[in-house]
Design a protein around this ligand. Structure first.
Ligand code: SF4
Length: 313
């Protein structure tokens, strides 16, 4: 059996609301993401909000090598789709505007870039990663128009609900700013996602778990959770080298995820449950586990303790 078939089969038995399963239910088949780099920058790096960016941020840790802003969005998609077709037999795709802040341009430029991506017949929608302080009424109105025809998911980087953490990581916005962005985006046909990171030394384990309770009360449909990773060429790496702090061990992370998922609303779809920075830039934690191993171990652990998403709500 091919790995994709095994994963697909496993997805049926997942004890949490996984993105792959969710998209399959929506479109009748698996939907694959094509990552593009549309040449955006970030206001937390260029001085508009701050300089230096979030202390953990090294965009190389989440940008696939094949994805480069030197090529047009159209070409990146035309290059990405044949690979996904031949490897997975994929037929439907979501274009993921991933690196930096993908609403950080004028509405006209955004509309051109988004429509360029949607122009490909295999593309059913967009996932747009951005900051909550980089949307406004006009940009949301654009997404609302596109959402009448396509799957439009805006993914807000939040990282923490605690202002003490947002300050520590130099996020450049508050939790209230995130709530304001949600208020603007909710009930307009736009799908809303959030990203959080667990493991900052500013938070206790219980405070991290409280995030599951809090996010469950918000109009969020999709969530990416990952363990804090210390990667090279970041301010966090400098702090870590000067004064090392604890990061999640592999088993601790599996246990943390299970606890978190049990407190999370069963309606929220999990897009990601861990991060995997490239080996050559990752400093800590080093687990040496594949995606498949981690997801299998999470499934096995949840099954063993009879856990499931929303169990403790
Ligand atoms: S993590 Fe996102 S918001 Fe923070 S500096 Fe990097 S690109 Fe900007």
């Amino acid at each position: 059996m091919k790995l994709t078939e095994i994963l697909e089969k496993k997805a049926i038995t997942k004890r949490y609301n996984a993105f792959g399963q969710h998209m399959k239910a929506l479109y009748g088949q698996l939907v694959y993401k094509v990552n593009v780099d549309a040449g955006f920058t970030c206001p937390n790096r260029d001085g508009t909000v701050a300089l230096g960016g979030c202390i953990y941020c090294n965009n190389d840790s989440f940008r696939p090598e094949a994805c480069t802003s030197a090529e047009s969005v159209r070409h990146q998609i035309e290059r990405g789709i044949p690979y996904l077709r031949s490897r997975y037999g994929a037929e439907k795709f979501i274009v993921y505007f991933q690196p930096y802040t993908n609403t950080y341009k004028s509405v006209d430029v955004l509309e051109r870039l988004y429509r360029e991506a949607l122009d490909n017949p295999g593309v059913v929608g967009l996932a747009i990663g951005t900051r909550p302080d980089c949307v406004d009424e006009k940009k949301i109105a654009l997404l609302e128009r596109l959402a009448k025809e396509y799957f439009i998911l805006v993914e807000y980087g939040l990282q923490s609900i605690y202002d003490k953490t947002l300050e520590y990581i130099n996020r450049g916005h508050t939790y209230a700013c995130f709530q304001h962005a949600l208020d603007m985006t909710a009930e307009r046909g736009i799908r809303i996602g959030a990203h959080i990171i667990l493991g900052f030394s500013t938070e206790t384990r219980e405070e991290m778990l409280v995030m599951a309770d809090e996010l469950s009360r918000l109009p969020i449909e999709y969530l990416k959770i990952h363990q804090l990773q210390v990667v090279k060429n970041t301010a966090l790496a400098d702090l870590f080298i000067t004064r090392p702090f604890p990061t999640f061990g592999y088993c601790e992370w599996i246990e943390m995820l299970a606890d978190f998922l049990e407190r999370l609303s069963p309606h929220i779809v999990l897009q990601r449950v861990f991060a995997s920075a490239p080996d050559d830039i990752l400093i800590a934690p080093i687990w040496n586990k594949t995606r498949y191993q981690l997801l299998s171990d999470l499934d096995a652990y949840m099954e063993q303790r009879n856990g499931f998403q929303g169990k403790k709500r």
